[in-house]
Write a new protein. Structure first.
Lengths: 91, 361, 353
């Protein structure tokens, strides 16, 4: 059950008599509300993954880069091909 | 997100996969979302012939018991509830019809993005009963549980959920245990692990000596995941690795686990097409019985037999491929599915059908 | 239509004072109340010489090859970001005629109204129809109004049919499609469908997405004027989206089509909305959009011409007609893999899986 997309928290407010922490999340220009109850330390400016109206994880920026560096890393572990070829293209 | 769809890097990953493989390997991607990504991006064809992807049972839509769909239909038709559901469930066949047909016949069936909206609908319609068809893996459990918590907190009396939650690790175990299945490695579902963490996979990996890599769903995620499994296989390793570390933490999301435990308890669960897998599902706890549609309404529907021609169980365990089914593309097509894997676009049969294009719509 | 245009329209056409608030069964029965509606000023909006005859039918003079088209409009909600069912109804038939290479001229306009529809809403729809007609340069020359009981309709259904002379240079036919033809899309995909989704109960989200409904006839006639029979086929990908319409053409004409995912123009917000709801933009309904199959040699020139047109600023070449895999549409994905495009069994539903 997998459809979840990352978005940036634009604003946070308490709803339902101040008991539920809800965020307005920005997904590439559109906004939708999501509950922050599963991420008590998420705040404005954070990137979060949202699934069916609930934010379930914060995006770790540092880890996010690893997919692009992986091939270069394993190249350094003894592959015979040219390591430079595996460096990620910067768009 | 578009960086994870970079064609140049994808090519490099595929090159590296090709260069690393020295013999045939079968890898099961557990989650329907991963299947969707493989098919949509045309990855399957791009992999070397020696790598076979087997589509696993990770389609909660596909494995929701037939009986439960009939119950949802009954509630909508006979009990006149406002039946709210995720879009995926509407075309899944019950024993007679599906929810979309029931909607067309006049029942109040509504597609929602979030179960939290269903609670709002219950508040806005105090003289009607609202039932949310709470289907999903562990990823969706926190949201479904949260809806019950919200209803409880706000004193909403006319809301309940019809729950069919299935758990991934027991399913993987059932697949490996089946003697006929020959799977060398697994891609575990990234969003399930976002909630539950990776701890349940270590014992599986160790006991059955299979590499398990937790992946995301963008094409580069899946490709990197496949490479990581193959590298382990080629080095005779069997560990749990986390490709999706930008989202998945080793211990998952503790708050989410808390709310799941608050509302749900583990029970044995029926998987459509496969049968009962012990301790592989969630049921609503007694404490929240008033929000459990199975307890709130007297819904006893006879178990209807599955179509005998449907071999979905074997398909979902990777024992047979869809085109090995006698009905594939003949009596069984997306417009007339005999079983669940043909309905959901993540189901193995539907994926093969659309992907192969051998059979015309 | 932008908010500014909408406000301008409403100021230019203030609703007349009426002694009824809602449309009732009586308004459709042909008697006193019907005349009251007709005389109230409601239908003055659409006034023209032919319509004002108020005869059972319209008297027209048509010469030469003529195109004729009909379409019914059931959209819900009837008011959505960027427009309402009224202009959809006019633009829809105007565009269908344009797809035939014709200049739309005369339209019929039929309403089936569910009793209880507030007259203010009916008025707003008519105002939108009036402006859509003016923009497209067409006249409503005959019409009908029926009212059904509550529960037997969905606020309002509209049917429009239209006729117009086919441009002498036009030679539109699927039979003209040849291997090598380029497939051009006139603008961003999925805007209309997602505008509707954004206000659909249970799925709503905030955005600036508005429907792209508009009349395309001027744009198309301009193309035909310049490129004549190099335009082999025109079609508008409404319900079912681009994928459905291309698959239909591939099957019925027994041709192979290759598409490239990354060449499809799409607004960023629309793309995000599709991601959020799990929808494939290729299967989402469009309105102010058309697809052209043009001969390979003229494709770049057609594209350049479109880019100068207000309705073609985002036009792109999305694929071509190929010798291989007849009847199949194969799309190259964002990362270079191939997938087969097939027909969906029904309307695309939002998913969480």
């Amino acid at each position: 059950m997998c459809l979840a997309i990352p978005g940036k928290i634009k604003s946070v407010e308490m709803q339902y008599d101040g008991r539920v922490r809800m965020a307005t999340v920005l997904f590439g220009g559109i906004t939708k509300e999501a509950s922050l109850e599963m991420l008590p330390d998420a705040d404005i400016g954070d990137y979060v993954l949202v699934h069916v109206g609930v934010a379930i994880s914060k995006v770790n920026e540092e880890e996010a880069q690893k997919t692009f560096k992986y091939l270069a890393e394993i190249g350094e572990l003894g592959d015979l091909t040219d390591v430079d070829e595996y460096l990620p293209k910067t768009n | 997100m578009s960086e994870y769809r970079d064609p140049e890097l994808a090519k490099k990953y595929l090159e590296e996969i090709k260069n690393t493989v020295s013999r045939p390997w079968s890898i099961m991607e557990v989650c329907g979302g991963q299947t969707h990504s493989l098919v949509k991006n045309g990855i399957i064809d791009m992999l070397p012939d020696t790598v076979t992807m087997i589509h696993g049972p990770g389609c909660p839509v596909c494995v929701t018991p037939l009986n439960l769909i009939d119950k949802a239909i009954y509630l909508a038709e006979e009990k006149g509830v406002i039946l709210c559901s995720f879009g995926d469930m509407l075309r899944v066949p019950g024993s007679q019809k599906n929810l979309l047909e029931v909607k067309a016949e006049g029942a109040d069936v509504r597609i929602l993005y979030s179960p939290l909206e269903a609670v709002k609908i219950a508040e806005d319609n105090p003289d009607k009963e609202v039932v949310f068809f709470a289907v999903g893996f562990e990823t969706t459990a926190p949201a479904n549980a949260l809806s019950v918590v919200h209803a409880h907190r706000r004193g909403v009396k006319n809301y309940s959920i019809l729950a069919s939650h299935v758990l991934v690790p027991p399913a993987i175990k059932a697949v490996i245990d089946d003697e006929e299945s020959k799977i060398d490695g697994f891609l575990a579902a990234g969003h399930v692990c976002t909630i539950m963490g990776n701890s349940e996979y270590h014992p599986l990996s160790a006991e059955y000596k299979v590499p398990i890599v937790v992946t995301g769903f963008e094409p580069l995620d899946v490709l990197q995941g496949i490479l990581m499994v193959i590298r382990q296989l080629e080095q005779s390793k069997s560990e749990v690795e986390n490709q999706y570390a930008r989202i998945v933490r080793e211990d998952g999301n503790p708050e989410a686990q808390k709310v799941i435990n608050e509302v749900f308890e583990i029970r044995n669960q029926m998987w459509r097409g496969i049968g009962e897998i012990p301790e592989s599902g969630y049921a609503v706890r007694e404490k929240y019985a008033e929000f459990d549609a199975t307890k709130k309404y007297d819904v006893t529907i006879e178990e209807a037999p599955e179509n005998p021609d449907c071999i979905s169980g074997q398909i979902m365990k990777g024992i047979k491929k869809p085109f090995e089914c006698s009905q594939f593309g003949k009596k069984c097509k997306p417009t007339n599915p005999l079983g669940a894997p043909m309905v959901s676009s993540e189901g193995a049969c539907a994926a093969y059908y659309h992907f192969s294009g051998l059979v015309e719509a | 239509m932008s908010e500014n245009n909408k406000i301008r329209m409403q100021l230019q056409c203030p609703m007349p004072k009426l002694d009824f608030d809602v449309i009732t069964l009586g308004h459709g029965s042909g008697g006193v109340l019907t005349n009251k509606l007709l005389d109230s000023g409601v239908f003055d909006l659409l006034s023209n010489d032919i319509l004002d005859e108020r005869h059972d039918g319209a008297f027209l003079e048509l010469n030469g090859k003529t195109a004729f088209s009909t379409d019914s409009f059931l959209v819900s909600p009837i008011f959505f970001p960027g427009g309402n069912i009224g202009e959809l109804a006019i633009n829809g038939t105007v565009n269908d005629l344009a797809m035939c290479g014709a200049t739309p001229k005369y339209l019929s306009l039929s309403f089936i109204i569910e009793e209880g529809l507030p007259v203010k809403e009916f008025w707003d729809i008519l105002v939108a129809i009036k402006f859509a007609c003016e923009k497209a340069g067409v006249q409503v020359v005959t019409g009908d109004t029926k009212v059904v009981e509550k529960g037997k309709g969905d606020k309002i259904f509209i049917n429009t049919s239209g006729v117009g002379p086919i441009h002498e240079k036009a030679n539109i036919s699927a039979k003209n499609i040849s291997v090598g033809d380029k497939i051009i899309i006139s603008g961003n995909v999925a805007s209309h469908g997602m505008a509707i989704m954004s206000v659909r109960e249970g799925l709503e989200f905030e955005s600036e997405i508005i429907s792209d409904t508009t009349n395309l006839n001027h744009t198309i006639i301009n193309l035909i004027e310049k490129f004549g029979s190099n335009i082999h086929l025109l079609t508008d990908p409404t319900r079912g989206g681009v994928a459905t319409v291309l698959k239909e053409i591939a099957q019925s004409s027994e041709i192979g089509i290759d598409l490239k995912q990354r060449d499809f123009p799409i607004d960023e917000q629309v793309a995000s909305a599709c991601e959020l709801l799990g929808l494939d933009p290729l299967y989402v309904a469009n309105e102010g959009l058309f697809i052209a199959f043009v001969s390979e040699s003229e494709a770049d020139a057609v594209l350049a011409t479109l880019h100068q047109d207000e309705n073609g600023k985002n036009a792109r070449i999305i694929g071509s007609v190929v010798q291989e895999h007849p009847k199949q549409v194969i799309m190259e994905s964002a990362i270079g893999g191939k997938r087969v495009i097939s027909m969906l069994p029904g309307e695309q539903l939002p998913r969480i899986c």
